[in-house]
Design a protein. Structure first.
Length: 305
């Protein structure tokens, strides 16, 4: 394991700031790690692959170091719809302009999807291997041979086995990454958490509840569009459309007597009120747009690059 670049020994340490990409295949815990590193939920999570659809930036400032973390969609190798090409472009474009890469895998696992992401890592930028879900490993002694195999695949600057849900592990990541940040002024204010708007976060939270409450029943080709976002003092009036590709998907979301849609709305509203520190009035509608996930014009209109 490398020692990392030398740090300043001056009485007043210079400020450091850099872009840190979080990359990996779907469902390795990238968004969970981002939320833990930032200290607040800004990226949604679920067991459904491709939950993260956009490049999400999270900011954490510790001492003289400001970390600008960039969570990316899981790199997709199984499908070639327009939405998947859009998500993969988000991954490759992020890697072109960051300072450090956190390559997230599940501890003791490495498959063809992981290999596809590994092949994207820029050779001229430090990459740290984040072996996540360490709490799932029963025999820690088995980890050393696997780490040696991983070092043979890529010249990683650091190996960091961890559990993203363990605070001590998260703080250790920050300490390890800090020396790799360039010496420069911060890009954001000291208290900044994300560059995303409340409107964007509202859509993401509704989509998270949608995925969590429909499980594997609903195809991943569903999205949420904010139709109205109004601020009235301590009140937020939000209207959102859940967009699906087929009529049966619409019925699935609405549920018997509208109960499932009501539950999605209630859980999303409660979390939004906590996040925004405001009273939220939320209206949800379900719309069918056949083939939207493979239509570039629809993707652009729904906020995909």
């Amino acid at each position: 394991m490398s020692e990392g670049p030398a740090s300043s020994t001056d009485a007043e340490r210079p400020r450091r700031c850099g872009l840190v990409a979080i990359v990996g295949r779907p469902n390795v815990g990238k968004s969970t790690l981002l939320n833990a590193l930032v200290g607040q939920k800004i990226s949604i999570t679920s067991n459904k692959a491709q939950t993260t659809r956009h490049r999400i930036t999270g900011v954490r400032t510790v001492g003289e170091s400001q970390f600008v973390f960039v969570d990316t969609p899981g790199f997709q190798t199984r499908h070639d719809a327009a939405i998947n090409r859009s998500l993969n472009r988000a991954v490759t474009s992020t890697l072109s302009d960051v300072d450090v890469v956190l390559f997230v895998v599940e501890a003791k696992r490495f498959n063809k999807e992981d290999e596809a992401v590994l092949a994207l890592l820029p050779p001229d930028k430090p990459a740290l291997l984040i072996a996540n879900k360490l709490d799932m490993i029963t025999r820690r002694a088995d980890l050393a041979p696997w780490l040696q195999q991983m070092q043979a695949r890529h010249a990683f600057a650091e190996f960091v086995p961890l559990s993203a849900t363990r605070p001590a592990d998260v703080e250790r990541v920050l300490a390890i990454v800090a020396p790799y940040l360039p010496e420069q002024e911060w890009l954001h204010g000291e208290d900044a958490l994300t560059d995303r708007s409340d409107r964007f976060l509202a859509a993401e939270i509704v989509r998270e509840k949608l995925f969590r409450l429909t499980g594997d029943e609903l195809p991943y080709t569903s999205t949420v569009v904010i139709d109205k976002y109004e601020e009235e003092g301590g009140l937020r009036r939000i209207a959102a459309s859940i967009v699906v590709e087929r009529e049966p998907h619409k019925a699935m979301i609405i549920g018997s007597g509208g109960e499932r849609l009501k539950r999605i709305g209630t859980e999303a509203r409660h979390e939004l009120e906590h996040l925004l520190d405001a009273k939220v009035f939320l209206e949800l509608w379900v719309k069918v747009r056949s083939g939207w996930a493979d239509d570039d014009a629809h993707l652009r209109s729904y906020g995909y690059d």
